[in-house]
Write a protein that binds this ligand. Structure first.
Ligand SMILES: Cc1cc2nc3c(=O)[nH]c(=O)nc-3n(C[C@H](O)[C@H](O)[C@H](O)COP(=O)(O)O)c2cc1C
Length: 199
């Protein structure tokens, strides 16, 4: 299928078929795809938690406001986290990246206020979200990106160390009755002329 057709067909799933689980082989592919996600200077300031254990998934669902039901029904929940300690991040890039990349960080990012450095780190994790949602579509897996989560409760349940959760994605197979799917509810987007400038 063309990428355009995948973009037209993927959507934020609101109701899952709780009886259909994603195969271990596809989950493995998704993990590898996340590992290959691009990031500025190849910084990779992330960690991804794949949750299939029902009890843990239920605990996280209970800390997810209006997203509770879809998480309980979904096959897996994937939590995207960002490194929370700048010194630890700097150590990681010193050990893993070429000198030019470390120099770029030292010259252009390190001098910024901590808030801005942390914002730059989080941007990288959001980029992997786009990569992931497209990958799910290509594997015919339905997905729901969610910022509506209680991040501190997630950190505790997942026992995250040196990372903070940012958002989560429920993945699985849609309930055929899901009213949010494009065949029922056409996609809503701004007109092309409003968002694209061609010069
Ligand atoms: C970063 C991010 C956070 C989102 N958070 C939620 C959420 O907490 N709950 C929800 O139902 N949808 C959430 N959405 C889904 C968006 O509302 C949805 O992507 C948008 O309306 C476009 O619809 P579509 O994904 O079906 O094309 C989120 C999407 C993104 C990209």
């Amino acid at each position: 299928m063309s990428f355009l057709d995948l973009a037209k067909g993927r959507y934020t799933t609101k109701s899952y078929n709780a009886n259909t689980k994603i195969s271990a082989e596809k989950i493995h592919q998704l993990k590898e795809i996340l590992r290959l996600s691009p990031s500025s200077i190849n910084s990779q300031p992330w960690q991804f938690s794949f949750v299939s254990d029902e009890k843990t998934k239920q605990d996280l669902a209970s800390a997810s406001f209006f997203n509770k039901q879809k998480i309980n029904e979904a096959s897996h929940l994937v939590v995207f986290s960002v490194i929370d300690n700048i010194e630890k991040f700097e150590e990681q890039i010193r050990q893993n990246l070429p000198e030019g990349a470390v120099d770029y960080y030292n010259n252009f990012l390190k001098p910024l206020p901590e808030k801005e450095i942390k914002s730059w780190l989080a941007h990288q994790v959001y980029l992997s979200l786009g990569f992931f949602l497209s990958a799910c579509a290509s594997l015919e897996i339905d997905s729901s990106p969610m910022e509506g989560i209680e991040k501190e409760a997630y950190d505790k349940t997942l026992k995250l160390e040196h990372y903070n959760s940012l958002f989560a994605v429920a993945i699985g197979y849609r309930n055929p009755e899901d009213t949010n799917q494009p065949s029922v509810k056409p996609k809503s987007r701004l007109p092309l002329e409003t968002i694209i400038q061609s010069i």
